[in-house]
Design a protein around this ligand. Structure first.
Ligand code: SAM
Ligand code: DTB
Ligand code: SF4
Length: 327
């Protein structure tokens, strides 16, 4: 059965909607094979299905964050054993970026456990972005909320992508985070877009959200105008000491479904199979690639938690006949 027809973009009460929450939810409820077939078709229309983009993460400022995100080991509200550390020096960042490039990564993403950067933080980040660019890598940063001035500083430094996740649906958001609201996230994304940088925005599944709420996240992302170039889909990494540590495991096939739905809803986006990969079998990862994932975090560390090591990933990509590619 293949009966879902998307709206063409129509102007409804000033809201341009590519796809409704109900339509996204209907995709989630398709028989698994039908969903996978649809996702593969869309994927092959827009991408080389055997190519994957590799991003390496570096935590340039770890721990002690003033936000209370329920999933996050870096929040000062939770006792997870993650220390509040100083910001890395420029030479430490350049060394890590060089090593990532050497290992085969095309993009280098610098993450900081901030609600938002200060003016002083920004001076250092600008130097880091420039230095990583000089190595010939694509640059990405995730620093929390941005004001106009900080957004422009990143643009002027040559930042390619800014990562800022919507994380979940507007309805479920308040269960997870209380120190900032959904509109704050959307406002930062608008600033990044207006400044002319690429947007990287996605979310987390497995936090106890319903299918309708999962659909709400994908619909929010897909209805951004334009939708993000890069969409990380994270499977919750359960860290002891966080409020979500005891959350029930998500069925891996529900994770695969989320990737497939993101692929169909955002045909031209890079859909990134993000956090949670270390806990996934090769078979589940292969299903994610089949569902349309075509980007991964590459390197044995995410921000504070582990990721498959480079040898395991090379072996997996080899086994699947996949190759690394840029853009
Ligand atoms: N502090 C900035 C912010 O929140 O925008 C940037 C860094 S923050 C750690 C980046 C993203 O990591 C979050 O938006 C969330 O999607 C993801 N993340 C954090 N902890 C996670 C976890 N335990 N499992 C899965 N994803 C997680
Ligand atoms: C994203 O969507 N996932 C990455 C990146 N963007 C910054 C972060 C995952 C963090 C997982 C938990 C940790 O390692 O602290
Ligand atoms: Fe801070 Fe970002 Fe973690 Fe939230 S997700 S606690 S803002 S580092």
């Amino acid at each position: 059965m293949n009966t879902i027809v998307f709206h063409h973009p129509t102007k409804k009460a000033d809201v341009l909607q590519r796809i409704s929450v109900d339509e996204v939810e209907a995709l989630f409820k398709l028989p698994f094979s039908d969903l996978m077939y649809r996702a593969q078709q869309v994927h092959r229309e827009h991408f080389d299905p055997n190519q994957v983009q590799l991003s390496t993460l570096l935590s340039i400022k770890t721990g002690g964050c003033s936000e209370d995100c329920g999933y996050c080991p870096q929040s000062a509200f939770h006792s997870t054993g993650v220390e509040n550390r100083r910001m890395l020096e420029l030479n430490e960042v350049v060394r890590a970026a060089r090593a990532a490039k050497q290992a085969g990564a095309g993009r280098f993403c610098m993450g900081a456990a901030w609600r938002e950067p200060t003016d002083e933080d920004m001076q250092s980040v600008v130097e880091m972005v420039k230095a990583v660019r000089e190595l010939g890598m694509e640059t990405c940063a995730t620093l929390g909320m941005l004001n106009e001035e900080h957004t422009q500083m990143l643009k002027n430094a040559g930042l390619d992508y800014y990562n800022h996740n919507l994380d979940t649906s507007p309805e479920f958001y308040g269960h997870i985070i209380s120190t900032r609201d959904y509109q704050d996230r959307l406002d930062t994304l608008v600033r990044v877009r207006r400044a002319g940088m690429h947007v990287c925005s996605g979310g987390i599944v497995g936090m106890g959200e319903s299918i309708a709420e999962r659909a709400g996240l994908i619909a929010q992302l897909a209805n951004l105008d334009p939708y993000p170039e890069s969409v990380p889909i994270n499977n919750l990494v359960k860290v002891e000491g966080t409020p979500l540590a005891e959350e029930k495991d998500l069925d891996p096939l529900d994770f695969v479904r989320t990737i497939a739905v993101a692929r169909i809803a955002m045909p031209e986006a890079r859909v990134r199979l993000s956090a949670g990969r270390q806990q996934m079998s090769d078979a589940v990862q292969a299903l994610c690639f089949l569902a349309g994932a075509n980007s991964i975090f590459y390197g044995d560390q995410l921000l504070t938690t582990g990721n498959p090591d480079v040898e395991r990933d090379r072996a997996l990509l080899d086994k699947l006949g996949m190759h690394a590619g840029k853009e």
